[in-house]
Write a protein that binds this ligand. Structure first.
Ligand code: AKG
Length: 220
């Protein structure tokens, strides 16, 4: 093999792809991985989440669940007991990407949340923020944002400001910030660094957006 040539399929080639991925992700503050996860598994989990919500009557007569509402906490507690949710956050493909982003072995369960966003309720769309404002951690944390089904922009997918992770903590969205928006197909995952500004778009579709955000740090 000539010097500098990528040996596809070799350990050398894999290492170089990992190094480039890590560098680009840490520059941009996000990494969008298309088709990383199995769509049928995600859809099955979506069904379970919606079943919990329907059983409690949370899908009727309200516009959304506030993050500090007892119903929201109840949703977290029931979703965290689902084997399918455990399986998802431990997924080997997810962890493989996180090992690249974090540069080593990965620790999961660093603050995982399941969210439902009902159509036409802009007041419940997550406003711009950096997770580090709340996490206040000295180590790197990456979130895997995973819609449980197709989630085009009009269904309220997550948007990020590329390279905002380079700004440190900010008190407001910088003037002229350009938001990068994504149309997710089931199986796509957006990895977001804790310093990256992100927000949810308004759900302007007729569908309920169901998503999970799972956080990971490096194993000490
Ligand atoms: O899904 C959302 O609406 C917000 C997610 C979020 O802010 C996060 O994952 O940190």
């Amino acid at each position: 093999m000539r010097h500098g040539q990528l040996a596809l399929g070799s350990v050398d080639g894999v290492d170089r792809v990992a190094a480039v991925t890590r560098r680009l992700a840490s520059e941009r503050g996000y990494w969008f991985a298309r088709g990383l996860l199995d769509a049928p598994r995600l859809l099955a989990l979506r069904g379970q989440v919606l079943e919990i919500c329907a059983r409690h009557g949370w899908l009727e007569g309200r516009r959304g669940l506030a993050n500090d509402a007892p119903e929201f906490l109840q949703l977290q507690s029931e979703v965290h007991r689902l084997a399918a949710f455990d399986g998802l956050r431990a997924d080997a493909r997810l962890r493989a990407v996180l090992e690249v982003l974090l540069g080593g072995a990965v620790r999961d369960r660093q603050g995982d949340v399941c969210r439902i966003c009902l159509p036409g309720a802009p007041e419940f769309a997550t406003p711009p923020h950096q997770d580090q404002t709340y996490l206040k951690r000295p180590d790197d944390v990456w979130t895997a944002w995973i819609p449980l089904g197709d989630c085009p922009r009009r269904q309220g997918s997550l948007a990020v400001v590329p390279r905002s992770n380079r700004l440190g903590l900010v008190s407001k969205v910088p003037r002229g910030a350009r938001w990068r928006r994504f149309d997710f197909a089931a199986g796509d995952v957006l990895f977001v660094h804790a310093l990256t500004l992100h927000r949810a778009l308004v759900n302007r579709s007729a569908e309920i957006r169901v998503s999970v955000d799972c956080r990971y740090s490096r194993e000490p």
